[in-house]
Design a protein around this ligand. Structure first.
Ligand code: NAP
Ligand code: ZN
Ligand code: ZN
Length: 347
């Protein structure tokens, strides 16, 4: 075991603070990664503050990790020292269940091993995320960063990128489709870029009127201020697909009314529950579903797609000492659009 520096939440009410964790020695199938950058996902905040319940403390968040391979185990075949790699939301899974066999490890029936706030496969060694200087991961759960991509702007793709790419791909979004991205935050802004790269006509639905110019600058074709009085009436039955990335409670029923008949709204944001009425679904045979990140194979496909289409995240790079201030700004929707921690500040 090696002791390394990290930032951790020691309880749901404590701000993140410097902390020391232990990483295992590089096993035969392991890759040791020197972490360069780690994005701040809203899920980090939900979990550090125990908003989903069951949080494990001390918690070292961070699942949008990019870095450089600095050591490989004796049996590692996929990676070599010096490779630019990424680690997303999970670092292992059972590999045997139907979901794992189908490359959908995020739905592992034995429970995926999340990058933090979880345990390794032994069920007792806590996992610690990317607000730290290095991480040791089994080689099968590591992603290749395509050459030439700016690493700090790639980091958010490891969660925000795959979480938006996967449903857009699974629901077959194609050129000309009217796609609405609900919420222009970390997930939403990457979703806009990916949906545009797929050829869709993209509209941003936002409760922040001040984001209009920025949304259009990102490539969106249209912008709707959802706090405007007639927004839901004027845009009724307009969209083929709505990707809902909102992190706070909001009325799903109202947004369903913006879908055409027989179309899909997919939730990826995970706020506290709110009541759902049957009518907006029943009356137009609409569909409401959810989506969770994506498997390793699809995550690699997403990175390659983003490299091909020039999609990267818009980021604000910070030192780790600013992490608590960054959390507060994320909660106020005051970030364009992802904070990314430069881990040089912890070394
Ligand atoms: P984020 O950067 O904070 O963005 C969330 C956006 O939601 C904000 O930018 C804001 O957009 C909108 N919003 C915030 N408060 C709102 C309110 N009171 N009413 C209406 N809209 C509000 O968060 P993120 O990192 O993109 O994550 C978004 C959600 O996805 C979180 O719940 C996170 O846990 C979840 N998530 C899910 C998955 C998955 O696999 N399903 C993966 C990653 C994250 P506007 O200002 O444009 O309205
Ligand atoms: Zn995330
Ligand atoms: Zn499994």
């Amino acid at each position: 075991m090696t002791k390394i520096p990290a930032y951790a939440a020691l309880s749901a009410r404590a701000p993140l603070a410097p902390h020391t964790i232990e990483r295992r020695e590089t096993g035969p199938h392991d890759v040791q990664i020197d972490i360069l950058f780690c994005g701040i996902c809203h899920s980090d905040i939900h979990q550090a503050r125990n908003e989903w319940g069951g949080s494990l403390f001390p918690m070292v968040p961070g699942h949008e990790i990019v870095g450089t391979v600095v050591n490989v185990g004796a049996h590692v075949t996929k990676w070599k020292v010096g490779d630019s790699v990424g680690v997303g939301c999970f670092i292992d899974s059972c590999r045997e269940c139907e979901a794992c066999q189908e490359g959908e490890e995020q739905f592992c029936e034995a429970g995926m091993n999340a990058t933090y706030n979880s345990y390794e496969r032994d069920g007792k060694t806590p996992t610690y995320g990317g607000y730290s200087t290095n991480i040791t991961v089994n080689e099968d759960y590591v992603l290749r960063i395509p050459a030439g991509m700016p690493l700090e702007r790639v980091a958010p793709l490891l969660c925000a990128g795959i979480t938006t790419y996967s449903p857009l791909r699974q629901y077959g979004i194609k050129a000309g489709d009217q796609v609405a991205i609900l919420g222009l935050g970390g997930l939403g802004h990457v979703g806009v870029k990916i949906a545009k790269a797929m050829g869709a006509k993209v509209t941003v639905l936002s409760h922040s009127a001040s984001k209009r110019e920025a949304a259009l600058a990102l490539g969106a074709d249209d912008f709707i201020d959802t706090s405007a009085e007639d927004a839901f009436k004027t845009n009724a039955k307009r969209f083929d697909f709505i990707l809902d990335t909102v992190s706070a409670q909001h009325d799903y029923n109202a947004y369903l009314g913006l879908l055409k008949r027989d179309r899909n709204m997919v939730l990826v944001g995970i706020p506290d529950p709110i009541p759902l009425s049957a009518a907006p679904l029943v009356m137009q045979r609409r569909h409401l579903s959810g989506s969770l990140i994506g498997g390793i194979r699809e995550t690699q496909e997403m990175l390659d797609f983003c490299a091909e289409h020039g999609v990267v995240s818009d980021v604000e790079v910070i030192n780790i000492q600013q992490v608590n201030e960054a959390y507060e700004r994320v909660l106020k929707s005051d970030v364009r659009y992802r904070f990314v921690i430069d881990l040089a500040s912890l070394k």
